[in-house]
Each structure stands twice: as structure tokens, then as C-alpha cells.
Design a protein. Sequence first.
Length: 215
Amino acid sequence: MVLLFHTGIVMRAKFDEPEEVAAYRMRAFHLEEIARRYPKITVIGAPCGNPEYEWAAEVARWNPNLFFDLSGSTLVKLRGRLGEFARIFWWSSTEEGTRTPENNPSAFVKLVFGSDTELENIEGVLRQYREMLAACGVPADAQRLILGGTMAKILGLPRRGPKVTRCNLRTARPGAADAAETAKGDVYYPAEIAAREAREWFCLSPAWSVFKSSC
């Protein structure tokens, strides 16, 4: 079972109406108790406790079933100082953390990809992730896990999809080829293509009928 919780600040959509919403109830450290009480479930916090990133990182550090993403405004507002995440996820290649996906030594593998946006904007979010990972010197094998490998394992998805080449990417959409990378024999899906295929699968699957009947 996978549980996804909103953590950190939350937008206010109705300015003239009272709301039973408060960000203090969504602080990242609240997820630690859930992760500890229920070690067989996977807990994901989005978006990394914004703005309390250090709390999110520290509770993820000792809980192997707890992950966070960096969706939302985080990578936008910290665009000029993305290297600060190396200080927050500080325990790479030390014994100061729990087990990680594939026993990867990078502290950053406690992150997973999340977008919190429309399908057409996912490629831009992917670019923001890559800029942050590059600024922090995150190795390619850890990036592979962050940008899909870990979630594929959590959700029981195939490890590799059909090969995506620069040639057919340029044919599919100009500029999309820049999102394809290869590391240690694994082919990255551009986020936009992966999202579109997920949507097509969902609309053709039995789950779609259940979803429509529940609305």
C-alpha cells in the first residue's frame, strides 16, 4: 500500500469563505509516526515539507518506507541556490541513514519525482529536477532512481520501457530529445511521454470504469 500526503504550505483557493485547513497540521515530521507504526506501507510526502525541508529529510533518513518529492514551488523559489539541497540531504556515503532503494549510497534517493502540474508542463518540472541534481552533484545511478526507478519498484511497474532514441524523439516532438538520457544501460523515459502513456493506459483499463462510476 502507498499513502501520499500533502506536506507543508497549502494554497488558499476561496479567500472569502472559511476553511478547515491549516499548514501546521501538514508538517513533514507528522509522517514519521505513520511510517514507524506501519513499516510495511510506503509513505510519500509532497512537497518535501515546503518550506521545512530539513525536517522532511531527517525523518526520511531513518525510515526506509518514507519518501518525499519536490513538486510545487520549491524548485522555482530556490532556483538560484539549488546547491543548498546538498546540505539538507547530507548523509550520502555515510552510515547515518536507513536502507535505501538498491542500497544506493546517495541520500538523495529518499526523493522521488513529482510534478503537481498539468501534463503539458511536466517536461519543465523534469528540467528543474535535473538542474537541482546537477547542482548537488548527484550521481547518474541515483538520478535514475529519483526520476522513476524507485517509483517503478514501489508501484510494481516494468523496470524498462520500449527504447526511446534521440531520432524518434525529435520526430515525436522538437526538443524532447534533450530529456532522454542513458545511464548504465537503463533508458530514461522523458516525463512527458511517460505521463501520456500512463494516461492512455488508465483510460483503457478497468480502473477507469470504476473511477467513472464513482464520480
